[in-house]
Design a protein. Sequence first.
Length: 302
Amino acid sequence: MSVFLGLFIAMASLLGGFAAMGGHVAVLLQPWEFVIVFGVAFGTFVIANPLKTVRDTGIAFTEAVSNSVPKKKDYLDVLGLLYTLMRELRAKGRNEVEPHIETPETSEIFAHYPAIQRNIALRDFICDYFRLLIVSNARPHEIEGLMDEELMTRMRDQMKPYLALSAQAESLPAIGIVAAVLGVIKAMGAIDQSPAILGGLIGAALVGTFAGIFAAYALVGPLANKVKSVREKKSRQYVLVKQTLLAFMNGAAPQIALEHGRKTISELDRPSIDEVENQTMNAGTFSPAEGSVHELNQKGAA
């Protein structure tokens, strides 16, 4: 919504200001200049980037327009799932938890969190490191190094649309000049015409320069920054998982490990301790026989 609101404000200011100065908005309607600018821009974008990046840019565009970032409920779901898995691992042992990790799509635990089931990348990230925790004797600092490397690799991949769009924004003013040059060439072919006709042709040519500069600094550049912001926010769920599991591997009780993860959430979206407590109590209903969260903590402490 904010993308469309910003675009509306920009276009209203542009066209309104131009009309207020006495300009004729109809002069800006030069469809073939826009075809040249945006057609060349898209063609060079395809040349410069692998098709996977081109497709991912389309996905990133949709995420940016819809502001598809994790909300407080999403963070609470991750914390609730992690708590349930850690509690089951501590209370019942590896053999009971392993089936949930190996086949999360059929797991009763994961079924309580449909949003995570749909987010396959996040679900697999959680399962991969719980699997390492169950079957490996790796030390916490070794797993931390592995997590850091995976998160850096993932972030590089997630930022490819941002980098591609930023590079395209830098090239758009020059593409606009190309369109203007073509328009001037056309105008020079009518040099024997009246000044009114020749002036109209030159004005149409300059629309190409306008389109390139406007698209670069008012459309593609801001959109690239929006893509970057959205993807960085989406990565915070992975950092939450990392810090929670590292605290658990270092001996923290599940509820304390959740606090390590909760602190990685932005203050604007961070759930309160009470909200996390309520979520984990709901998670505790998965196995009523195990008792409440406080009882489980007391057992762990004992």
